[in-house]
Design a protein around this ligand. Structure first.
Ligand code: C5P
Length: 391
C-alpha cells in the first residue's frame, strides 16, 4: 500500500489502546505518509510522546498553551493534513467531537480542520453500548466522520465484547479509500450478500445457512478500496460496513429487482447464496397442521448473476461458488457457463457461518489459492485481484 505524499494527523487519546497507535505510526511511515502526532493529556499517561516523536520523526503536539511560535498550532497543524485520524478515540473524546467542544489541542484541531476525519474507537463494552455513546456516534456519522471499528474481543478491563480498537493493519486497510487513493476510487460496485428467504406461508419459508459474513466483508473491502458500494442484502444480523449503502431484500425476486435497479455499475460481485428454487405459491394464511404429508411444489428462481453477466452493458462480474466436493472442477464449469472473468470458490463445509474461509480465485489464467484467513482478509485479497484484472 502506498500513502506517499499523504499527510496524516494522528490524534491519540487516553486509553490502553494508545500502544496500538505506536504501531500505526510505524505502518503509516512505512507506507510513505508524513505523520504528525497530537496527543491529549490523558494519552501521555499511557504512552510517552518520545515514542511517537521517534516513530514519526517529528515533535509531538500536546498542548494548546505554549510560548513558542505564533500560538496558532491548533489551526496550522491541520491545514496541510489530508486526513485527521483519531486512534484510539475514547468515549470522552467522541462525546467532545459530537458536541463540537474545543478545550484542548486535539479537539480544537478537529474542529478547525479542512479535511476528512476518521476515528477508531476503543473503550469498555458497556461504555460502547451506552445510549450516550451511540447517540454521539450517530451524530458523528451524520456529520460525515468515518468510524472504523471497534472490533469485538478481549478488552483491557478483562471483559469481552465490542470495544477493542481495530488492529493497526485493519486501520491501515481503510485509509486508501478514505484518502481517495484506493484502486477502486470512482468505481460503482454492487454486491449481493446473505441468504434469500422464500415464503411458504406468512410465517414460514425456505432459506439456507449463509450468514452474509463473506458478502459484507467483500462490500467493506470494496469500500476500503475507494468504491461507491451498494450492498443488496438478504436477511442477516450483521451491521452495515462503514461507507456502504445497503438495500435490504428477502426473496430472490426482490434481490434481482434491487440489483437491476442499481445498474449500470462497473463491478457486480454476487456473493449471496440465492435460493435456486422457491415455492410455486405462498399460502395467504398460516398452513394448519394435518394428519397426512404436505407437498410443496418448487419452481426455479431467476439466476441474477447469469442475467447481469449476459447483458450488453454487463459490468465486470464476479461469482462465488460454495461446493461440497471437486471444487476446482465445479467452480471452473460455473465460471465458464456464466461467462465470468473471475469466480471465488470455496468448500461449503469450510466456510458457511464461519469467520474464516479458504478461497480459490479462478480466472482466465488459472486457479489462485489464498491461504486460510478471516473473511475480511480474504475479501481484501479478492478486491486486490479484481482491481489488477480490471486494470
Ligand atoms: O449456480 P450457482 O448458484 O452455484 O452460482 C453461484 C453464483 O451465482 C453466486 O455468485 C451467486 O451469488 C450467484 N447466483 C445468483 N442468482 C441465483 C443463483 C446464484 O446470482 N439464482
Amino acid at each position: 500500500m502506498s500513502l506517499a505524499d499523504k499527510n496524516i494527523l494522528l490524534g491519540v487519546t487516553g486509553g490502553v489502546a494508545a500502544y496500538k497507535a505506536a504501531e500505526l505510526v510505524r505502518l503509516l511511515v512505512k507506507a510513505g505518509a508524513q505523520v504528525q502526532v497530537a496527543m491529549t493529556e490523558a494519552a501521555t499517561h499511557f504512552v510517552g510522546p518520545a515514542t511517537f516523536q521517534a516513530l514519526s520523526g517529528k515533535p509531538v503536539l500536546t498542548a494548546l498553551w505554549h510560548a513558542d511560535g505564533d500560538g496558532m498550532d491548533h489551526i496550522h497543524a491541520s491545514r496541510g493534513a489530508d486526513l485527521i485520524l483519531v486512534a484510539p478515540a475514547s468515549a470522552d473524546f467522541l462525546a467532545k467531537l459530537a458536541h463540537g467542544r474545543a478545550d484542548d489541542l486535539l479537539s480544537t484541531l478537529c474542529l478547525a480542520r479542512a479535511c476528512s476525519l476518521a476515528v477508531a474507537p476503543a473503550m469498555n463494552r458497556e461504555m460502547w453500548a451506552a445510549a450516550a455513546t451511540q447517540r454521539n456516534l450517530a451524530q458523528l456519522r451524520a456529520d460525515g466522520v468515518s468510524v472504523l471499528g471497534p472490533a469485538e474481543g478481549e478488552l483491557a478491563c478483562g471483559e469481552t465484547g465490542p470495544g477493542r480498537m481495530l488492529e493497526p493493519a485493519d486501520v491501515m486497510a481503510a485509509l486508501p479509500g478514505l484518502l481517495g487513493a484506493g484502486p477502486l476510487v470512482g468505481t460503482r460496485v454492487v454486491v449481493t450478500a446473505g441468504p434469500t428467504f422464500e415464503p411458504i406461508d406468512p410465517v414460514r419459508g425456505l432459506t439456507n445457512l449463509s450468514s452474509g459474513k463473506m458478502g459484507y466483508a467483500v462490500a467493506q473491502a470494496a469500500a476500503e478500496a475507494g468504491a461507491a458500494v451498494c450492498l443488496v442484502s438478504g436477511p442477516t444480523c450483521l451491521a452495515t460496513p462503514p461507507g456502504v449503502r445497503r438495500v435490504d431484500v428477502r426473496t430472490a425476486a426482490e434481490m434481482r429487482a434491487a440489483v437491476l435497479a442499481e445498474l449500470p455499475c462497473a463491478v457486480f460481485i454476487a456473493v449471496a447464496a440465492v435460493a435456486d428454487y422457491r415455492p410455486e405459491t405462498a399460502a395467504g394464511q398460516k398452513i394448519k397442521k394435518g394428519t397426512g404429508g404436505l407437498e410443496l411444489r418448487l419452481v426455479p428462481n431467476p439466476d441474477i448473476l447469469a442475467e447481469v453477466a449476459a447483458r450488453p452493458d454487463a459490468p465486470f462480474c464476479v461469482g462465488f461458488a460454495a461446493e461440497t466436493e471437486r471444487l476446482a472442477e465445479h467452480a471452473e464449469t460455473k465460471r465458464r457457463k456464466k461467462k465470468l472473468p473471475l469466480l471465488a470458490g470455496n468448500l461449503a463445509q469450510d466456510t458457511l457461518g464461519q469467520d474464516s474461509a479458504e478461497l480459490v480465485l479462478f480466472d482466465d489464467r488459472g486457479a489462485h489459492p489464498l491461504p486460510r484467513a478471516d473473511k475480511l482478509a480474504q475479501a481484501r485479497s479478492l478486491i486486490a485481484h479484481l482491481a489488477t484484472l480490471r486494470s
